[in-house]
Design a binder for this molecule. Structure first.
Ligand SMILES: Cc1cc2nc3c(=O)[nH]c(=O)nc-3n(C[C@H](O)[C@H](O)[C@H](O)COP(=O)(O)OP(=O)(O)OC[C@H]3O[C@@H](n4cnc5c(N)ncnc54)[C@H](O)[C@@H]3O)c2cc1C
Length: 429
């Protein structure tokens, strides 16, 4: 991973190639004064800025590279309800939180559906996500998803599939069952992020790109500094996630960057689409270290997976990911690979997003452990509530204890890699 102050353009992804716009927000120069300054223009930062602007606050959003440059503009595009580590919060805080957590589970998707409609964001949003089981022990989880929805009178469509139906709907012999939920779905993540930023800008948010924040001068009104200017604000929100190197005293070794990688084939024929994904669903397997796949709007297979902790991209992403795709879909053997790319997800040891405050007026929210399209949206609402003084949900997350690994981040990454090895072995059993 290049240092954050190197000011990069978008990675060579399918998403960057099909982005609705090439943003060119100005570099921060001189001094600005706003109510709230947000650092990092991924889903967490953009969504927080938009939320706060909708509530009438003046907001500045500062991005080191381009809007959506990080994980938000590179991910698999699977919109899956829930916040990682949610069950742990329920366990720790008791049954009293179960209903609130259930509502929060769906809030991220609600926000996305609402915004896409309200601001007319063209991001190929489709409903329907299937989790596909590879092993008999994983079927019990799928059954529990259906049982909980039934118990709670879930208003949206969902189905449990046996082996044959899963084979028919996913065109693969790999799976022995599936659970599909039509309130989840998939989308073009970079276009969602760009559309939300455009909406925020329309509400007066000052967006700065190519402006790495180098320092925060703490105080009653902190100053957020870049090489050529600063923003002074009543509150600051740090949303740099796995790419952030900020405030090491408070934040180092809380979130560990891990690489995840995606390939995109050439567009598939109508016959192939009908064979492998007639309902145009997004899909993940039930493993801890997941493979994930879906079709793009122009019917390419976008297939992704894997986690690595070295911070370096594999020599060939295609060589890394294509065999995984062919294991699930041997019928794609002759398909050209048009795009390959990767990005950094933020892994937290206990999987609960790392949320909190430094000096009362500097907030942070990071680490969705690979599951942030929907989660970043609900967490941004919780952070926005916190910034303006409604603390209940913020305190629930901020009150969760996080173990900070001692030593350097490199050492922490090796520990996490060992943990993932355990999960990979478990997946194989
Ligand atoms: C390949 C891949 C596939 C994934 N697939 C899925 C999926 O299908 N579904 C799902 O739910 N999740 C998925 N994820 C995870 C999801 O993308 C992330 O959890 C989510 O996008 C995190 O959003 P964020 O805004 O917190 O961080 P990011 O999107 O990483 O944004 C952080 C931003 O902060 C900026 N920044 C950092 N430091 C500074 C600084 N000093 N000054 C200014 N700006 C700074 C960065 O440049 C970056 O743009 C995937 C992730 C990857 C990498």
């Amino acid at each position: 991973m290049k240092a954050i102050n190197q000011r990069q353009e978008h990675t060579g992804s399918y998403y960057a190639a099909t982005a609705n716009e090439q943003t060119n927000y100005p570099v921060l120069k001189g001094s600005k004064s706003v109510d709230i300054c947000v650092v990092g223009a991924g889903f967490t930062g953009v969504s927080t800025a938009l939320d706060l602007a909708e509530r009438g606050y003046s907001v500045a959003l500062i991005e080191a590279n381009r809007v959506g440059w990080g994980a938000s503009g590179r991910n698999g595009g699977h919109m899956i309800s829930g916040i990682s580590g949610q069950e742990k919060i329920e366990k720790k805080r008791g049954n009293g939180t179960a209903d609130m957590m259930w509502d929060l589970k769906w809030r991220g998707n609600d926000i996305i559906y609402d915004r896409v409609e309200k601001y007319g964001i063209d991001c190929d949003l489709k409903s329907g996500f299937v989790e596909a089981a590879l092993k008999p022990r994983q079927l019990a989880d799928l059954e529990s998803y259906a049982a909980e929805r039934e118990r709670r009178n879930f208003p949206y469509k969902y189905e449990l599939w046996g082996k044959d139906k899963t084979r028919e709907m996913l065109g693969s012999d790999s799976y022995i069952g599936g659970f599909v939920c039509y309130r989840d779905g998939h989308l073009h993540p970079l276009n969602l992020c760009l559309g939300e930023a455009r909406a925020a800008h329309g509400l007066g948010v000052q967006i700065f790109e190519q402006s790495p924040v180098t320092k925060i001068e703490h105080g009653k009104r902190p100053k957020v500094k870049t090489a050529s200017g600063y923003v002074q604000a009543d509150s600051v929100v740090l949303a740099g996630n796995a790419y952030s190197l900020f405030e090491p005293k408070h934040l180092s070794n809380l979130v560990f960057p891990a690489g995840s990688y995606v390939i995109a084939t050439e567009p598939l024929s109508a016959e192939m689409v009908a064979e492998i994904n007639p309902l145009d669903l997004s899909a993940c397997d039930s493993n801890e270290v997941v493979d994930y796949f879906r079709l793009s709007a122009d019917k390419r297979m976008l297939f992704g997976g894997t986690c690595n902790y070295s911070g370096r991209e594999p020599a060939s992403i295609k060589a890394y990911i294509q065999p995984k795709m062919l294991k699930v879909y041997p019928q794609l053997k002759n398909m050209r690979i048009d795009y390959e790319w990767g990005g950094m997800i933020g892994i937290v040891l206990n999987r609960i997003p790392a949320v909190g405050r430094i000096n009362d007026n500097v907030f942070y929210c990071q680490g969705y452990s690979g599951h942030g399209v929907s989660a970043a949206h609900v967490m941004s609402e919780i952070i926005s509530d916190g910034v303006v003084g409604t603390m209940e949900k913020f305190d629930l997350f901020a009150g969760m204890e996080h173990f900070r690994l001692p030593g350097t981040q490199w050492f922490g990454n090796q520990i996490i890699a060992l943990g993932m090895l355990y999960y990979k072995m478990k997946d194989k059993l």
